[in-house]
Structure formats: structure tokens, C-alpha cells
Design a protein around this ligand. Sequence first.
Ligand SMILES: [Zn+2]
Length: 159
Amino acid sequence: MIKKKLEVLTLHAMEKQQTEQEKQLRYDSAYLKMAESWSKLSHCKRKQVGAIIVKDEMIISDGYNGTPAGFDNCCEDDDGNTHWYVLHAEANAILKVSKSTNNSKGATLYLTLSPCKDCSKLILQSGIKRVVYMNSYKDTEGIDFLVDAGIETQQIDII
Ligand SMILES: [Zn+2]
């Protein structure tokens, strides 16, 4: 009788956990789609990347790769090389939080492309605890660095 009750309880807990995982995946996918929409705002020709930062179930920041405020929107020089001063999407999103009254501690970062080495340092130092991304950047050093640092990372394909 007790065993039966325990089994029912365990089953219930498992179902609950499964529903929570499904819910998380639905939200993760929705935020990634937003990041994808944001990437389309980028004026950069070579690569367009979008970022969304979510904390306590609220979107606290957004970003796409581009030149700093006040600069010409064009990301590439005449030879097609990206200007050194172009900020990556995640850097822009993190810096936007720094201009607000909020902070990124414990937040989740949604990206259309996994971070580069330079941005991975910013992500770690900003207190972001989870990174969800769609596509893998050719150089995995950034994401490897975050995994080593204990940041939860997850790649999700958007259907
Ligand atoms: Zn970067």
C-alpha cells in the first residue's frame, strides 16, 4: 500500500518535472525566436547576430551586432572586413543592462550564435548563469570557456 502510494507520488513528481521541462523548452524557443528577430535589425552584412537577456522571467535587455551609438551603421570597410569597433550582440545586450538600473546576475542569455572568446569573458563576469543558443560559432573556445567556468549552456534547434 505504502509502496503503491510512493510509486504514484514518484510518477506525479516525474510528470511535474517533465511538464516543467516542456514549459522551459517552449519559453527557451520563444526567446530564441525573439533573438532571431533582433538579429535581423543588424546592419552588418557578414553576420547578423541577436541577443536577449532574461532575468526572473523578464526580458531585461536585447542586442544585435553593430557599431557603437553615434557611429555610422556600416560594420564593414571597403574590403569587406569588419571594423574593430563593432560590438557583438551579447556585448551590446550586456552593456545595455549596465546603463539600466538592473543587472545580469543569475540571468539567462539567448543567442542566435554561440559566443566568441572575447564575449565569453564578458558573459562570465556579468553574472549570467545560463546561455542558450541556436547555432554554433566555428570557434568553440568561447563556449568551452563558459562550460569550464560552470555556466549552463544549451544548444536548441528552432523549428
Ligand atoms: Zn563576441
